[in-house]
Write a protein that binds this ligand. Structure first.
Ligand code: ASP
Length: 333
């Protein structure tokens, strides 16, 4: 009898709480994120070997609150190489949850291929009582090995649910149920040990993305300005003086611009800085809302949250500085 070949899954480890360790099982805060190596993560889940042939690579071992774009470039380059490697069927990336959604969205836009790219993490360190990392890793590998996950863009698998990277966002700072997809919800689940994918993201990603398959080593500076009571122009001018080529304005409501910030943003836009109106609100869509803002040349950020709008703007600025073309990226991606 011929044995069925197991799917080959590559695990790229970058650190985070999933690789975190503490002095005792009861310690759930104040631990060191990114301290265990990828082999320890794999060895902690012997069930992985029953469903896939897994191999690990350590690309970084950081607390993801210290994320840099250098790690994005390294991950994207490695994923693009693995896409072209016939011996690999799927990719899993272990990552800190703090900025997981940003790395996931960057890869969603820059990886060129249809093999599954699944990003996972954990809310409790590996040493904790009821650590969530081992099951998250098992579910992530199952998803990466599942043919239905092909061509769906980068996926986030956490706490038994599968989310499209385009929409996945961290919504709890401490619960195991830490991620949601705003506003459309999960695209699938891992239930009873089986992977179910029953929806998909229709926004451009991976093979449809003009940013995919390219090699990046620098992105233009884009700052996020968060509106608040008594806002003035100080931070906007500081961003412009620091050389920002773009500003994502996390406005109130539907991307509303405070009158204290308006003139500085308008001036910035007139001087060629791309200004994207986004929102502090966790669910919604920023559309053209006020003729004055549209006349000032502000771009509407749609339903990307500010941290993801920043990534799209950084990538879009590598191909155009024209307001209308930038707006088109925000409409399509
Ligand atoms: N600070 C950790 C990190 O993002 C949190 C986590 O992984 O859950 O690396």
């Amino acid at each position: 009898m011929q044995l069925k070949k197991l799917p080959q899954i590559k695990i790229l480890a970058t650190g985070g709480t999933i690789a975190g360790s503490a002095a005792s099982a009861g310690q759930l805060t104040g631990y060191t994120a990114g301290s265990l190596g990828v082999e320890s993560l794999i060895d902690a889940v012997p069930q992985l070997r029953e469903i896939a042939s897994v191999s690990g690579e350590q690309l970084a071992n950081i607390d993801s609150c210290n994320l840099t774009s250098a790690l994005w470039f390294k991950l994207a380059a490695r994923c693009n190489k693995l896409m072209a490697d016939d011996s690999v069927d799927g990719i899993v990336i272990t990552h800190g949850t703090d900025t997981l959604e940003e790395t996931a969205y960057f890869l969603n836009l820059t990886v060129n291929g249809t093999k599954p790219v699944v990003i996972t993490g954990a809310m409790r360190p590996a040493t904790a009582i009821s650590a969530d990392g081992p099951l998250d890793l098992l579910n992530a590998v199952k998803t990466a090995a599942c043919p239905a996950a092909c061509g769906k863009g980068a996926l986030v698998v956490m706490n038994d649910i599968i989310l499209a990277a385009r929409y996945a966002t961290k919504t709890s700072a401490f619960k195991v149920e830490a991620f949601q997809a705003q506003p459309y919800g999960q695209i699938g689940t891992v239930a009873g040990g089986r992977v179910f994918i029953e929806a998909e993201c229709l926004k451009y990603h991976t093979t449809q993305s003009v940013f995919s398959g390219k090699s990046y080593n620098k992105l233009p500076r884009v700052d996020i300005i968060y509106t608040h009571c008594d806002e003035d122009d100080v931070l906007i001018n500081a961003a412009v003086n620091a050389g920002a080529r773009g500003i994502v304005y996390a406005g109130s409501g539907m991307g509303s611009v405070h009158s204290g910030a308006y003139q500085a943003l308008k001036q910035a836009a007139q001087n060629g800085v791309a200004v994207v109106r986004s929102t502090r609100i966790s669910e919604g869509r920023v559309l053209p809302a006020n003729p004055e803002w549209d006349a000032a040349g502000f771009i509407s950020g749609g339903n990307l949250n500010p941290q993801k709008a920043r990534i799209l703007l950084q990538l879009a600025l590598t191909v155009t500085a024209e307001q209308q073309k930038l707006q088109q990226f925000f409409d399509e991606y």
